[in-house]
Design a protein around this ligand. Structure first.
Ligand code: ZN
Length: 127
């Protein structure tokens, strides 16, 4: 663990968001409300994975990318399932997912090998 790692976990009680293993509600951007996923189009998985912070500290060391551990993702097998989504440039075998409208992100990541996408529950709103 480095000093820059923080933790952001979604409550273990996922029944508010998950029904029959799928996202119960519409998934939207926290900042502009753009619709990212329609109801019941993604599968909930409780995996833990690090993502870069949406807002990097201006006082961080040069070249450093601050990350946090996030638990709880919606797995999307086919990128065409998304209503709206943007992709960053490739980092290793990943691209990060961003809001197509306001560029907020990363809201998740895309695996370039499997072409599967993972949206972090704590980085989006559901309603
Ligand atoms: Zn947005």
């Amino acid at each position: 663990m480095s000093e820059t790692e923080a933790s952001s976990a979604v409550s273990e009680d996922t029944t508010k968001y998950v029904e029959e293993g799928k996202n119960k509600l519409i998934v939207k951007c926290k900042f502009c409300g753009s619709k990212i996923l329609e109801k019941k189009t993604a599968t909930y998985i409780s995996q833990e994975k690090e993502l870069p912070l949406m807002q990097q500290d201006v006082n961080r060391k040069e070249g450093e990318i601050q990350k946090e551990m996030i638990k709880g993702y919606f797995h999307v097998e086919n990128m065409y399932t998304f209503e709206n989504i943007g992709f960053t440039h490739q980092v290793d075998t990943y691209k990060y997912l961003t809001c197509a409208d306001c560029d907020a992100g990363p809201v998740g990541y895309f695996e370039t090998d499997s072409k599967h996408s993972y949206v972090a529950l704590s980085r989006v709103v559901q309603c």
